[in-house]
Structure formats: structure tokens, C-alpha cells
Ligand binder design. Structure first.
Ligand code: IPE
Ligand code: IPE
Ligand code: MG
Length: 260
């Protein structure tokens, strides 16, 4: 077991049994999560939706820490979609406030643990005070080498593709015949990150809700009924165990030796 996991996973616990099933040398490089079900979690407990978001931020902390201890390199969290502006003003304001509080409080933790924060999405339309915090923490953590935490904020996958096309059209010197997938992907918000190997969605919904449309072409998808506020290290470890049982063929046949 990684030394980092020793004081984090209780011996003999369910988590411990899951870690023992993992091949730590074959973990995904990049995990992306659609964190869903905060509202339903709260409703089930007759609490305001906002309470679901508040407890959901504890899941965020635990999942970040687990990924870092496992030495997963990239974790992308879908925290606010372009479509989420349709929600009641008060809920939208609370979501941004929780994020601002998180950044103000957790910045030291991010620095101490060598995490690097990156934001993807339409940053310009995020409330100014939150934007300032995001820029500050991105700057503060930019040289960190451990886990890269990518927050998708005011993010829309279709929008990202349209933005990429607009930027390509601005390139006076580009010979359009040279444009291929690889070059195109360098115009996406995610240009510096590998594609997600594993995409997790909580709360039992079977859809991608405009998340990383281009990048998840070959991601393994794992869906759990568990609502986001209940998603902790156990569920993440289960997703990783299941991921390692999948055979990623990328259109090829397996085993490769079967090629005549
Ligand atoms: C996810 O939980 C949080 C965000 C989308 C910001 P929801 O708020 O969507 O919770 P449900 O889907 O209504 O239960
Ligand atoms: C997706 O969840 C967006 C985030 C997790 C930020 P939603 O709750 O907004 O998605 P839909 O509306 O159920 O598709
Ligand atoms: Mg939802």
C-alpha cells in the first residue's frame, strides 16, 4: 500500500478491502466527476437544498484528499454548469458563496499538499468576488506538482467547442487543412490536461449534462445511485476497482495478439 494511505484507511475496513483489490500502478491518470444529487439528498432529510450543497463540500474535500493520496494526477469536478443559472437566485448565490468560502479557507490546504488549482469554463461571467479568489488561488498554486484539481465552473461542453472554433478562425496563419483532432484539442479549455480515463456521475442519472463532450469520447463511465453528499472515499475506491476490471479497447480488438 502507498505510505500515504496508511494513516487514511482503517485496517480491516471496507475501504481497506477495496484498496487491497486495487493495482496501484494502473490507476487512472485523470478522474472527472459530475457531482449530482445534493438537492435530493437534502429533500430526503426534509432540509433545504442548500444544506445538500454544504455537506457536498465535505465530499469534495474527501475525494480530493483520496485522489491525492492515491497519486492520481488530475481530478476534474463539475461544480456549476452554464445551465445552472436557471436555478432560483438564492440557490445560485449560495453555490457561489460556498465556493468563495471554500477557497478562502482551503487555500492553505491546497498549498500544503502541493495541489494545483485550475478553472475551466466561462470565467468572465462568474461573480467578481469569486473570480478574484479563483485567480488568487490559481496563482498561489500554479507551480505545485502533486494533484491538479480542475474546477468546471460556469462550464458548458458545447460552448467550449464553439469557443475553440472561434479561436481557430482568428488564427490568420493556420492552414485549415492541417487541422486535426490533436490540434483542435489544443484550443479547448482543457488543452493542458489529458482526457479523463474515468467519468463518475452520482445520484443515478444516466446523462452527461453538457460536461466535457469532446474529452470523454473514450472515458469509462461509472454511475452510482449514491447522492453526492454521501459520496466518500469508499465509493471512489469502488469506482476505481470497477474501472480496473474494464477492458479499454479504443476500437481495437483484444487481446492484441489476435491480430493476424
Ligand atoms: C449537484 O446537485 C450540485 C450542482 C448541480 C451545483 P443538485 O443541486 O443538482 O442536486 P439534485 O440533482 O437537484 O438532487
Ligand atoms: C450537472 O448536474 C451539473 C453539475 C453537476 C454542476 P445538474 O443537476 O445540473 O444536471 P441535470 O439538470 O440533472 O442534467
Ligand atoms: Mg442535479
Amino acid at each position: 500500500m502507498f505510505k500515504d494511505l496508511e494513516d487514511f484507511i482503517k485496517p480491516g475496513s471496507e475501504e481497506d478491502l477495496l484498496v487491497k483489490q486495487l493495482d496501484l500502478s494502473r490507476l487512472p491518470r485523470h478522474v472527472a466527476i459530475i457531482m449530482d444529487g445534493n438537492g435530493r439528498w437534502a429533500k430526503k432529510r426534509k432540509l433545504p437544498r442548500i444544506e445538500g450543497h454544504r455537506v457536498g463540500s465535505k465530499s469534495v474535500r474527501e475525494v480530493i484528499e483520496t485522489c491525492a493520496r492515491l497519486r492520481i494526477e488530475f481530478l476534474t469536478l463539475y461544480a456549476f454548469s452554464k445551465e445552472n443559472w436557471k436555478r432560483p437566485k438564492k440557490e445560485v448565490a449560495t453555490l457561489w458563496r460556498l465556493l468563495e468560502e471554500y477557497l478562502k479557507k482551503e487555500d492553505k490546504v491546497l498549498v500544503k499538499n502541493q495541489f494545483r488549482l485550475k478553472v475551466i469554463g466561462e470565467i468572465g461571467d462568474i461573480p467578481l468576488s469569486v473570480r478574484k479568489e479563483l485567480v488568487r488561488v490559481e496563482e498561489l498554486t500554479k507551480n505545485n506538482k502533486r494533484l491538479t484539481l480542475v474546477l468546471a465552473l460556469n462550464y458548458g461542453g458545447r460552448d467550449e467547442i464553439v469557443d475553440a472554433v472561434k479561436n481557430i478562425l482568428k488564427e490568420k496563419d493556420m492552414d485549415i487543412n492541417t487541422l486535426d483532432e490533436d490540434k483542435f484539442s489544443r484550443y479547448l479549455y482543457t488543452a493542458q490536461f489529458p482526457d479523463p480515463d474515468l467519468l463518475i456521475r452520482t445520484s443515478g442519472e444516466f446523462r452527461v449534462s453538457n460536461f466535457l463532450l469532446w474529452q470523454i469520447a473514450y472515458s469509462e463511465i461509472w454511475i452510482t445511485e449514491v447522492f453526492w453528499p454521501d459520496f466518500r472515499k469508499k465509493q471512489l475506491l469502488q469506482a476505481l476497482v470497477d474501472y480496473q476490471k474494464r477492458e479499454r479497447r479504443f476500437g481495437d480488438i483484444h487481446p492484441p495478439e489476435d491480430h493476424a
